[in-house]
Design a protein. Structure first.
Length: 278
């Protein structure tokens, strides 16, 4: 029996033909309602058909499904392309039922220098080229919370880190509680304190863009090949040939946190064929 014929799922009559035509391939799907400008929901999957069908089996999504009048899909050559297109569409179209992948208006990071730790903002610095940045945070408060958490785990000094004021000639209060190793009062050198800080933060290091300019990331499936155009961790678009890729002249206007998180590990893993375009 076809899954579309099972009464228990009660697929809407007006969607049955669209559901039947969904491919079992990677890509993005879009649930549309009556609005011509704002979709209801945008999702991605390595198997569009299976993922869309799963929505209709979830009672918690009854409201979304009741409002759906049309389902659109975009096939991609693989999961990387699906992730990139999904993120791009969600930011551009702001679907009603999507709660993530929105722009962080105050995207910031922790900059570790010899002089101390500073919260820096993506709007003021080129995060893709700057060394010694750690973590990507939606706001200053989140960045400082992360720094405090590392300090607590490693017995680092709040005063030396700039998280609280130090009184000259006196140790910090946390030292008396044995929660600080004593960089504030000479029990630990500032150099050793700095080394321990960087080591503890290493897993959060923001990787610099490792190429001279724009690149094409090749992704293929059984039937076609796509090239994802990336510059400075920013997704510029997907094309079907390298000739088309060279015609994309869009530039990255800001550091894209979601693009960075999607692209960093795959591009540095060596699993993809990456072609320099500049």
């Amino acid at each position: 029996m076809s899954i579309l014929d099972e009464d228990m799922y009660k697929y809407p009559e007006h969607l049955k033909n669209e559901l039947a035509a969904l491919p079992s391939r990677p890509g993005v799907y879009i649930f549309h309602g009556t609005s011509k400008t704002m979709p209801l929901y945008i999702g991605k999957s390595v198997n569009i058909r299976s993922r869309v069908m799963s929505h209709f089996r979830n009672k918690n999504e009854a409201k979304l499904l009741h409002l759906t009048t049309h389902i659109e899909h975009i096939e991609m050559a693989g999961e990387l392309g699906a992730l990139l297109i999904e993120a791009q569409l969600i930011k551009a179209q702001k679907p009603l039922f999507n709660k993530r992948l929105r722009h962080a208006k105050q995207l910031c990071s922790l900059s570790i220098k010899h002089s101390g730790v500073e919260v820096v903002y993506a709007g003021d610095r080129d995060f893709w080229h700057e060394d010694q940045l750690f973590g990507l945070f939606p706001n200053k408060s989140s960045a400082l919370d992360a720094l405090r958490a590392v300090a607590d785990q490693q017995r680092l000094c709040y005063g030396v880190l700039g998280l609280e004021r130090l009184i000259q000639g006196r140790s910090c209060f946390r030292y008396t509680l044995k929660r600080c190793a004593g960089a504030c009062c000479g029990k630990e050198s500032l150099e050793e304190h700095q080394l321990r800080l960087v080591k503890a933060m290493e897993s959060m290091r923001v990787q610099c863009w490792p190429y001279d300019g724009k690149v094409a990331v090749e992704e293929s499936c059984e039937t076609f090949t796509q090239y994802h155009i990336i510059n400075n961790w920013f997704y510029l678009g997907t094309v079907g040939s390298l000739q088309e890729a060279k015609s994309i002249n869009t530039t990255a206007d800001c550091f894209d946190r979601d693009g960075y998180k999607i692209l960093c590990k795959p591009l540095l893993s060596g699993k993809f064929n990456i072609i320099a375009l500049e």
